[in-house]
Design a protein around this ligand. Structure first.
Ligand code: ZN
Length: 96
């Protein structure tokens, strides 16, 4: 596990999940930045907007701010958006 206080030279500057809010809203069909999700690695519950976003990796990688584990990965192809959610134990969508 990489030291979570440094900028990863491979993945580039660290943003937060709000930086990719539009991408996520399009993919999920819902505003995502205030959706809580539990990290499958350490159990920390964070809003999607609080996750650390690495947008210069292949696709977009959202990591847990507590343990740096990958929670969500988003890859856009010409015809589809692929979302890898293996790192999320759950995402909680409130019914309105
Ligand atoms: Zn975690």
């Amino acid at each position: 596990m990489a030291d979570d206080t440094t900028v990863d030279p491979v993945e580039g500057q660290v943003l937060d999940g709000n930086a990719v809010g539009g991408l996520l809203a399009t993919a999920f069909g819902a505003e995502m930045t205030e959706v809580p999700g539990e990290c499958a690695h350490c159990g920390t519950v964070s809003m999607v907007g609080e996750l650390r976003a690495y947008v210069r990796a292949p696709g977009t990688v959202l990591r847990c701010p507590a343990c740096s584990g990958v929670v969500l990965r988003v890859v856009e192809t010409p015809n589809a958006t692929l979302i890898d959610v293996r790192g999320a134990a759950y995402l909680r969508f409130e019914r309105r």
